[in-house]
Design a protein around this ligand. Structure first.
Ligand code: ATP
Ligand code: MG
Length: 362
């Protein structure tokens, strides 16, 4: 079996550290391991439009922002096919056929969709749920299966989408009696605190649409300000610190290494030691945020610098995306052809349709 990696991001804004620890860092790891036959990274503009129908310019503007973030973190155009979702005509066509394999009730039971419906106010009777939005897990199944992708590095919020995709694959292969479509599995981050990184306001997931993000491209002063704005439980320094739901410590879980301690906090060898000391009391949250700021600044500096280099070469960036999109059109069209053949709706591909009818009526 081939190893085909696929992931996508919605061009609703620049990418942030939640994307980085949840999915981007795993993409870099997979890219460097090199154990794949095809590696597709898609900019999911059509999906972004399902809840941004009235602001197409925002989506258009963010396509290149996301592309710059990809290049900035070190995704390599020589190894990866970058493409724009809406430019692949096979995808909406596959979506249309898959829609017959899924019930409306099943779509609305999807826990991520349920959360997002509330978050976006679509549960308000006057607003209602856009059909395209409720349907996006099916269109995501089309994205994945169009490339026969089996390895999907994503954050935990995407797990229900992959389950939906596997259900569609099984139904399709069972009904049409061909093992054409391939089941996918998620690659979740190696560290559990990265599954669903919270926003700087605590509580909810860091998300472009909520505006609680530290962006990969943020300037040093902005990063510092955002880290200082992270809420902490009021207490005197002597009192024990609480780790539960402590956003600064969740970020440290995601970013701090033993080297960070050597460089910026040599009283402690590693995060486990710091956590023990923190819960005993005597360490203020200001100290923790200062350390966190150093750690995150170190991680984001080379990313920001590489982004600036690509910002100077924007025409090359567009060319990379265009070439990748053309290749992705070809790849996804091949799968669509197989799908239509399996569904017996490939009327003029060969003479069998004509011959059957001639036999019937002659
Ligand atoms: P939007 O608010 O427009 O949905 P988003 O910030 O949720 O944007 P997506 O483009 O939906 O970002 O997600 C892209 C990828 O990044 C997905 O694999 C998703 O699981 C992952 N991801 C997004 N936010 C986080 C987060 N806070 N923690 C971990 N992974 C995340
Ligand atoms: Mg999202």
């Amino acid at each position: 079996m081939k190893n085909i990696v696929l992931t996508a991001d919605r061009p609703t804004g620049r990418l942030h550290i939640g994307h980085y620890v949840g999915s981007l860092r795993e993409r870099i790891r997979l890219q460097n391991e090199g154990n794949y036959d095809e590696f597709i990274v898609m900019i999911a503009d059509a999906q972004a439009l399902t809840d941004n129908a009235s602001c197409p310019q925002k989506i258009r503007d963010n396509v290149i922002e996301v592309m710059l973030d990809y290049l900035a973190i070190g995704l390599d155009p020589k190894k990866i096919t970058f493409c724009i979702q809406s430019m692949l005509p096979a995808l909406p066509e596959l979506t249309a056929y898959y829609m017959n394999l899924v019930t409306l009730q099943r779509l609305l039971r999807n826990p991520t969709v349920k959360t997002e419906i509330k978050q976006k106010g679509f549960d308000d009777e006057k607003t209602g749920i856009p059909v395209g939005f409720a349907n996006y897990p099916i269109s995501q199944a089309a994205d994945i299966t169009a490339f026969k992708a089996n390895i999907i590095p994503v954050g935990e919020d995407q797990e229900p989408m992959l389950e939906q995709t596997r259900e569609i694959v099984r139904s399709f292969n069972r009904i049409y009696k061909k093992d054409i479509l391939v089941e996918c599995k998620s690659i979740l981050p190696q560290n559990e605190s990265c599954y669903r990184l919270p926003g700087t306001n605590g509580g909810t997931k860091m998300s472009k649409s909520i505006g609680n993000c530290i962006y990969l491209s943020d300037e040093p002063e902005v990063i510092k300000k955002k880290i200082n704005s992270i809420g902490s439980i009021p207490r005197s320094i002597e009192e024990p610190g609480i780790l539960e739901d402590n956003v600064a410590f969740i970020y440290l879980d995601a970013f701090a290494t033993d080297d960070s301690f050597k460089k910026y906090y040599s009283e402690y060898k590693n995060l486990d030691e710091l956590k023990i000391a923190y819960t005993k009391g005597g360490i203020g949250d200001g100290t923790i945020k200062k350390f966190l700021n150093n750690v995150i600044q170190d991680e984001l500096k080379p990313i920001r610098e590489r982004r600036h280099i690509y910002e100077e070469k924007i025409e090359d960036v567009i060319e990379i995306l265009k070439a990748g999109t053309l290749k992705a059109i070809e790849l996804s069209n091949e799968t669509l052809k197989e799908v239509k053949e399996a569904m017996a709706i490939n009327y003029f591909e060969d003479d069998s349709f004509k011959n059957d009818q001639i036999k019937k009526y002659n």
